[in-house]
Write a protein that binds this ligand. Structure first.
Ligand SMILES: [Zn+2]
Length: 69
């Protein structure tokens, strides 16, 4: 029975190590998100929208086609 007990302990340490590694990695992933999805402000209404959804025209940023006109 001693060998089985040892295997269980090794398995628990191994699982615990991966859980610990995953928990430590998570905060850095969250911290990196804002830089990837940069927020920009509309020059008409000053609404903050993701850069990917913004409309850029003549060096100015607009939130929608309505504000572009
Ligand atoms: Zn706007």
């Amino acid at each position: 029975m001693g060998v089985i007990k040892l295997l269980i302990v090794v398995l628990l340490v191994w699982v615990g190590f991966f859980v610990f590694k995953k928990l430590r990695k998570a905060p850095s992933d969250v911290a990196q998100k804002p830089s990837v999805n940069k927020m920009v402000a509309c020059c008409v209404c000053e609404t903050h929208i993701p850069e990917s959804e913004a409309i850029s025209h003549n060096g100015k940023i607009y939130c929608s086609k309505e504000h572009l006109e």
